[in-house]
Design a protein around this ligand. Sequence first.
Ligand SMILES: Cc1ncc(C[n+]2csc(CCOP(=O)(O)OP(=O)(O)O)c2C)c(N)n1
Ligand SMILES: [Mg+2]
Length: 547
Amino acid sequence: MTRTGGHLLADQLVAQGTELAFCVPGESYLGLLDGLYGKSLRLITCRHEAGAANMAEAYGKLTGRPGICMVTRGPGATQASVGVHTAYQDSTPMILLVGQVASDQEEREAFQEVDYRRMFGPLAKWVAQIDRVDRIPELVARAYSTACAGRPGPVVLALPEDVLAAEADVDDAPRYRVIQPSPSAADIDAVRSLLAAAERPFVIAGGGSWTPGASDDLGRFAESNELPVGAAFRRQDVLDNDSPSYVGDVGIGINPALAERVQSADVLVVVGARLGEMTTSGYTLVDVPRPAQTLVHVHPGAEELGRVYQADVPVLAGAQQFAAAVRDLRVEPRWSEWTAGARADYDAWQRHGAMPGALDLGACVAHLRDVAPDAIVTNGAGNYTVWAHRFWRFHSFPSQLAPTSGAMGYGVPAAVAAKAVAPERTVICFSGDGDFLMSGQELATAVQYELPVVILVVDNGMYGTIRMHQERHFPGRVVGTDLVNPDFAAYARAFGAHGETVERTDEFPDALERALAAGRPAVLALRIDPEAINPRTTLTAIREAAS
Ligand SMILES: Cc1ncc(C[n+]2csc(CCOP(=O)(O)OP(=O)(O)O)c2C)c(N)n1
Ligand SMILES: [Mg+2]
């Protein structure tokens, strides 16, 4: 059967198992859009390519399957690039399909022409241009496979206009398989003997190849051996936070008591995480290249092992495969007190003190935790995330969608994607006033597709994180960080969403109830005192300490 490139490509997306994709349309890939006409694949049309790309990234994080994003040439591709960068840093499977000029016009700087291989080279796992219509099934199958194999990541495929229009009589490719390495028996023996001799072992879990089963297996391994487990930066859903083994997140604004434990551990078993700058507190908790702790580094990418850290036991394995292999491993724990102490530190760290102003964000998060314990929680970047990370409790994988890339604007689109993938779950987005307006227009997408997410906009009238650093480094010299904001509740209502402003802690429970019951997307603008810069201190205290 002869098909056009556009139809062939659309058929490959369906053949590879994709049921949901995200786009901003463009005339450069009309043939692909036409191929989707009447297909089972559900298409969500967004208001900005960054929104579409972030939604695809969030889909990848939630499902473990490549999130599909379709955008037009130059301007579409450049706007989508933030999602590609996040997928790269967060090790998330994703495929960006980009229109390209016709092959007979290439290299003339034709309309919106960009060389995607050069543009996305350092941002993507693989970038290719499909130059022959009969190779579409082969290259699309490779894109799915590459996005998921080893360390997952983003793939970019450029689609010259004439290739989408050309015809070929070729078969669909078979469905891709997820290729992940398994640990050897010798690897597991080495882990067993190191643990058998350990006194203060510590596990850090993170990275991008987790599954619900892997999280259960990790829990069984950790709990039966009384091992303390810290979550890598923004990977707090790797283990049920109620587990006696869960001891907190090893990320930004880390509990000093937890940092101390990571540093003084004798055996560090790192499962899936790269051990990046955020997880190591700027490479201070774990020394480069030779850590003070005996290091077992388990990672699915061979290129990652030995890249920064020279581990004592490098283990090439997916998190899932490793967790399954250690699930039933038993050693005699001689560190019960060490783990119980770490857990007590975590419990103490989760208690929040009063903060300045009439609205206490810590109290709001604690209330939310009781009302919606199994929610999917999303966020972007900003100081408000510190409250969400520190005071929330995650109970199952996957339930956290948070950019380890630190990209502002991620939370709203991630929430929209989460509700589309898992309509039965409550979805809560934390965003800042700065953060929210980087992608708040995707409220229109949430309204259009009837995706009732709850968005909390933490409004402090500034780019708070940067102001905090400004006060630390240049006390009193405030420049470029103040914000004059719209009325966020009115903004939400203009989209057809539910919108309310909350000024006091005691107003929050009822407002939340109304937002959850609204049956449509909802925004609660939480006015906080700018002095409440993070749960530990105030803006004035930071300035005075620095002056
Ligand atoms: C896309 C992007 N631009 C800029 C930054 C730098 N940055 C990090 S946090 C931050 C301020 C966030 O402000 P807001 O959302 O209001 O949160 P707050 O810190 O005030 O709680 C900025 C500008 C970033 N991380 N990502
Ligand atoms: Mg702010």
